[in-house]
Design a protein around this ligand. Structure first.
Ligand SMILES: [Zn+2]
Length: 315
């Protein structure tokens, strides 16, 4: 339960996020450099990981890669450990990886902001070829790991930040559903005030557009993304798109959310979804934008207890 009374701001009105001061406080260093993001994508989309099918050896290697990066950045395990194991709806042993940085502000430190991306993909075909899943979703994972670096040890965060790497998204959005239904005991959903989803963020060039899905009119997401977009080079389209990714499990649980996505008309769920065709300069700009959004969400200046239980957005 959220029982914190916020001293400041009241409702998230027009001006509460509309200052440049939040973003100006932080330098993200090299966390979102294009070559850093590309190195993550190439590692996760490599032949060795063979398409990261849930439960496969490649999936386990991806999980180990993510966990090491989170630990190195200064994140901690939640109650129950780094891994949240589960059996997915195809009967496969699968798991989520969770890293936490505990909030330091006495007013809002118990409030949890989660950023999530799925690490699994479609695996191999019978002919031995594999689905690299570079855009879907090594790209989202790369930005997630950039966020780990940008919001890692060495600085106090007002709110608690959880980075979630979901398993079995390609099965039935299972990993994030398991998390929402049965989170670690120290990360209750009732205290979770916002969710940011990253799925397929490496194909900006196809439409010259970053979609901020579910940031519809009147939502907290619209307010925060609008404020962050003002200092981004990217064209950001905020609209409703439906139940496409892990974000739906959070909004159905009453957690306000936004889902960052780029359209990939040529190679979505194809073997041509390779690391060499992604658009790393724009992915870097996506990283900066999402970092700015997250910086605002973690700041005690913004009231997130009010918009809680916003529910799923409508068109
Ligand atoms: Zn995906």
């Amino acid at each position: 339960m959220l029982l914190l009374a916020l001293a400041c701001t009241g409702s998230p009105g027009a001006d509460s996020t509309d200052t440049a001061s939040v973003a100006e406080l932080r330098s993200f260093g090299a966390a979102f450099d294009a070559d850093v993001l590309e190195a993550h994508v190439r590692a996760l989309a490599s032949e060795e990981l063979a398409g990261r099918k849930a439960g496969s050896e490649g999936d386990a290697l991806a999980v180990a890669y993510v966990q090491e990066a989170l630990e190195t950045a200064g994140f901690e395990a939640a109650a129950g450990g780094w891994e949240q194991p589960f059996v997915d709806s195809k009967g496969t042993d699968s798991l989520n990886v969770l890293g936490v940085r505990w909030g330091a502000d006495p007013r809002v430190g118990d409030e949890i902001v989660i950023v999530g991306a799925h690490h699994d993909h479609l695996g191999q075909r019978r002919d031995g070829s594999y689905f690299p899943g570079a855009n879907d979703n090594a790209s989202g994972m790369a930005v997630l790991l950039g966020l780990a670096e940008a919001f890692g040890a060495g600085q106090a965060l007002d709110r608690t930040l959880v980075l979630g790497s979901w398993g079995s998204e390609e099965v039935n959005l299972d990993g994030s559903r398991v998390y929402v239904e049965d989170p670690p005991s120290d990360l209750p959903i009732d205290d979770t005030v916002f969710y940011v989803n990253l799925d397929m963020v490496g194909a900006y060039e196809a439409r010259e557009t970053l979609y901020a899905l579910d940031a519809t009119r009147g939502t907290l997401a619209r307010e925060v993304v609008s404020a962050a977009s003002a200092s981004s080079s990217l064209n950001v389209d905020m609209r409703y798109e439906g139940e496409l990714s892990d974000s739906v499990n959070f909004c159905e649980a009453g957690v306000p959310e936004v889902f960052f996505w780029t359209d990939d008309p040529d190679c979505y769920h194809q073997t041509c979804d390779t690391a060499d065709r992604l658009d790393y300069d724009d992915m870097s700009a996506v990283g900066w934008l999402v970092g700015d959004v997250l910086d605002r969400l973690l700041s005690a200046d913004l009231d997130l207890a009010g918009p809680r239980a916003e529910g799923c957005p409508v068109d």
